[in-house]
Design a protein around this ligand. Structure first.
Ligand code: ATP
Ligand code: MG
Length: 228
């Protein structure tokens, strides 16, 4: 993360958000919990079932696991979009380059491509790609801010997030919340997506239907309260 900060991927606010995440990671025992595993499975199934899935990548996400995003996009047929809370063209370009270094081919949401607007959000925070998040049916938004998650849900998107804080607004608003560290959750999601790719639609739909986000979040909260 400090490397990412020094080379322009991550902003200072991102470092602080990462620290918040780390505090919660201690509380869940710094491992992928059982509820996180079932959320990862539901998320992978949901992405595979979607017609136009998009993976949203911000500075922290690009610094932590760029390769996993590229792999997950390949397996699930998802688009990859640069989506920034603090948008500058330098940072857009740096994140795009980092993703391309790991094999991404068509990075959405950079420069003039981020021309559509999410209703209800202010200024730069609302910009998205008209060929990406704007028309997506499902979006994976790791480490997202609560206002933006809520706006995406209101637009009718199915929202998947990775957030170590089960009490954040994002965690509570998303349809599938994976309470786990992004660096563990992403490789696990890639693995799951590979495994589930051979299943038929009905089997995938059952995994999604059986997942109860509220129950799953309360299980993560219980783990935190009890200390494992
Ligand atoms: P919200 O806006 O959703 O109420 P917030 O304002 O606390 O939450 P943001 O900065 O908007 O947080 O979003 C960052 C979220 O990502 C935080 O909940 C933080 O705990 C979480 N987070 C930070 N680093 C990681 C990580 N490596 N893996 C998973 N989650 C992380
Ligand atoms: Mg916030």
């Amino acid at each position: 993360m400090v490397g990412g900060f020094k080379n322009g991927l991550v902003v200072a606010e991102g470092l602080i958000a990462h620290g918040r995440g780390e505090a919660f990671d201690y509380l869940i025992g710094e491992k992928t919990t059982r509820p996180a595993k079932s959320a990862i499975k539901a998320a992978a199934a949901m992405l595979l079932l979607s017609k136009r899935p998009v993976i949203s990548v911000n500075g922290n996400a690009a610094a932590l696991c760029p390769k996993d995003f590229v792999q997950l996009a390949e397996i699930t047929g998802a688009g990859i979009e640069v989506n920034l809370f603090y948008r500058t063209s330098e940072r857009e370009t740096a994140i795009k380059a980092e993703l391309e270094k790991h094999g991404a081919k068509n990075v959405l949401g950079v420069g003039p491509r981020a021309s559509a607007k999410i209703p209800e959000l202010q200024s730069q925070r609302r910009r998205v790609d008209p060929d990406g998040i704007f028309i997506a049916d499902t979006v994976l938004v790791p480490l997202e801010d609560g206002d933006r998650t809520e706006a995406l849900v209101k637009m009718g998107k199915r929202v998947i997030t990775v957030d170590l804080n089960p009490m954040s607004r994002t965690a509570r608003k998303a349809h599938v919340t994976i309470v786990d560290n992004l660096v563990r959750a992403m490789p696990a999601m890639v693995k799951q997506a590979r495994k589930l790719k051979g299943k038929n639609k009905k089997q995938l739909q059952k995994i999604v239907d059986d997942f109860d986000s509220k129950k799953n979040l309360s299980k993560s909260l219980k783990i935190i309260r009890r200390g494992m």
